[in-house]
Design a protein around this ligand. Sequence first.
Ligand code: NDP
Length: 245
Amino acid sequence: LMSELKAGVLGLGAMGGPMASNLAAAGLLVAVWNRTGEKAAAFAREHDVDVAGSPQELAARCNVVLTCVSADPDLEEVIGLMVPGLEPGDVVVDASTVNPLTAQLLARRLAEDGVAFVDAPVSGGVEGAIRGTLSVMAGGESADIERIRPVLEAISGMVTHMGPVGSGQATKAVNQVIVAGIAEGVCEALALSEKLNLPSVRLLSVLGAGAAGSWFLEHRGASMLENRFDTGFKPALLLKDLKIV
Ligand code: NDP
């Protein structure tokens, strides 16, 4: 058992930034690293943590590293950079959305050095990341998930162990079929409502109270109708997810 969890976060984007804030608030965060250094420096000024000089240094200073980067090649790259700093017994836990096969490949590579890997993609949007209420879909060994449970609980409202490595990402692929379908339906419906000149505030409340209600309508409906698209999930990431599906 790890006597003391020393967590690091690699990737302080829309999701990784607030996740790192919640780890700092839980007293688990030791250091961060971000490719664009200014983001890491700003984070470190706001929270009482260090900026590691490199992914390797981050890995060397922590026994649990949470990664949250854009896509499969990015994850492969940053894990490759961390490898020289990782030690047997360390755990890499990845909250990005990638292909289950990528998760399995990276788990095998890390296992050669005695390093554990847990795939832990999340759902719940930027709001969920900020509030620490994400739903975590975990794949990996039970013992590894138990060791890092405080880290997962600091970012989430629910941690569900789905099976061996890759099962978290497989679950996330299923999740994204639903997310994409709902997003498309809501966007088409709200475009229609504009053509029909319906009053938007009343429209959203009447729809939300019935069977058309959904997370996406509730959290993105009003801003979309005001032509604001500044929060949340990039379409390029959703396209990446559908290619995984
Ligand atoms: P962002 O674009 O906001 O952040 C991406 C992060 O990854 C940045 O910190 C970026 O660094 C880093 N990064 C990307 N490529 C590399 C690389 N090659 N080397 C090092 N760092 C890299 O994305 P999100 O935070 O929105 O998404 C991150 C992941 O989480 C994605 O896989 C996404 O699908 C998933 N996700 C997103 C949700 C959302 O609502 N936004 C919800 C659930 C999951 P830099 O600052 O230098 O660009």
